[in-house]
Design a protein around this ligand. Structure first.
Ligand code: ZN
Length: 401
């Protein structure tokens, strides 16, 4: 074997060990040998290297009820590193720092107040949140920053393609952040910054939380309406990075014009702005933000308040019809609904079951619909896991300097 090939194999094996530890938290050397199929001797040598690099440490696990001797276990340490995730939605910018083992170090959240069509003002606020969180990680080196947006992302370097919830066209978000944050600029220069579409990472996190069904449709609404389709463990991206953009399925022929250029998109008849307006909650959304207004919307639907119920009836009928169309496009094992829809998952499930013919009449029954298992942090958790997986795929680059 050439030395180049053996270096590749070694890197691959280091990644196997580190990734396994990230998945399970703690494991013994023999657990790792069993899980990876590597020989016990190789595991010992690989662990020694990861320990020397400051990525793994020993920890003692005491046997239950005092039976047997305490076992020497291993866990990811990487105490010299942190990852940062910056979430930008239609209301807030939230920055979070975590360890590679997934422990939260700091979280800073700021409202930007949704200045439509003004990326500069949103990014002023986002940069403040980011800098504040970076200031809290202490001596740790930032291994990666992911900026997560509620919009499709594409290109190289990646840019936001369009964010209809914020009235954006294409926006070079990473460049705008770099102009505002010198710390971020240097991370970007070092190739440690990424731009990620929130629905894809959220859908992947929900997919893992739901026990990795064979196909999953994810539909989420908390500003506009977004979606993603996970097949064989991977989110469908598409030739234009638009696969699963369910909010822009044109469901009403000749309907109202949409910011995307089409007419009658789902978001024009079932988007939060439309439903909140119908329910008489626009003012609350403007004053207290969309999240608070949608919480109130759900509360009023449950309380049977007529305006809220009417608004929901109209919106839910369109959402269920759209899910019926998507069901026959993907034939999913499971549909997960996120954002405020999580609280209304049972109702949507009933509606879909009602319009989808029963198995006696057709070849397909309605798939189950469940509410998000991870709540508002689904995208954050998904982005963190993706970052950790990417970093651990080449642990040698993470060695303590
Ligand atoms: Zn549209």
């Amino acid at each position: 074997m050439s030395s180049l090939a053996s270096a590749d194999v070694r890197r691959h094996n280091l990644a196997l060990i580190a990734t396994r530890l990230a998945e399970v938290g703690v494991a013994s050397r023999s657990d790792l040998a069993d899980a990876t199929g590597l020989a016990r001797g190789s595991v010992t040598a690989l662990v020694r290297r990861l320990e020397a690099d400051g990525l793994v440490r020993e920890t003692v696990q005491v046997a239950a009820e005092g039976k047997g001797r305490p076992r020497t276990m291993l866990e990811l340490s990487a105490d010299h590193l942190a990852i940062v995730t910056l979430l930008i939605d239609a209301d807030h910018a939230a920055a979070v720092a975590s360890t590679l083992g997934g422990r939260r170090l700091a979280r800073v959240e700021r409202r930007h107040g949704r200045p439509m069509g003004d990326p500069a003002r949103v990014l002023d606020v986002a940069a403040q949140a980011l800098d504040a969180v970076v200031g809290e990680v202490g001596e740790r080196k930032i291994a990666e920053v992911s900026a997560v947006v509620w919009a499709p992302v594409g290109g190289d370097p990646a840019i936001v393609l369009a964010d209809t919830d914020l009235g954006w066209g294409t926006v070079d978000l990473l460049a705008l952040l770099a102009e505002r944050s010198p710390g971020f600029a240097s991370l970007m220069q070092a190739g440690r910054a990424r731009l990620v579409a929130d629905t894809q990472v959220a859908a992947l996190a929900e997919h893992a939380a739901a026990g990795r069904p064979s196909e999953l449709v994810y539909l989420k609404s908390d500003s506009g309406i977004g979606g993603a389709v996970v097949v064989a463990g991977l989110p469908l991206d598409g030739s234009h990075h638009l696969a699963g953009a369910l909010g822009h399925l044109p469901v009403v022929p000749g309907g109202a014009p949409c910011a995307c250029g089409q007419h009658g998109c789902l978001v024009t008849v079932a988007g939060p702005d439309v439903l909140l307006e119908r329910a008489g909650l626009s003012e609350l959304a403007r004053d207290d933000g969309l999240t608070a207004a949608l919480d109130e919307f759900v509360r009023r639907i449950r309380a049977g308040e007529p305006a809220a119920v009417d608004a929901w009836e109209a919106g839910a009928a369109e959402l269920a019809r759209t899910l019926q169309i998507v069901t026959l496009t993907v034939d999913p094992a499971l549909i997960v609904v996120g954002g405020y829809l999580a609280a209304l998952a049972d109702d949507l499930g009933d509606r879909l079951a009602k319009i989808q013919p029963s198995v006696e009449q057709a070849f397909l029954t309605a798939p189950p619909i469940v509410g998000s298992l991870l709540g508002r942090d689904a995208a954050l958790i998904g982005a963190e896991r993706a970052a950790i997986a990417r970093l651990l795929a080449d642990p040698t680059t993470l060695a303590r300097a």
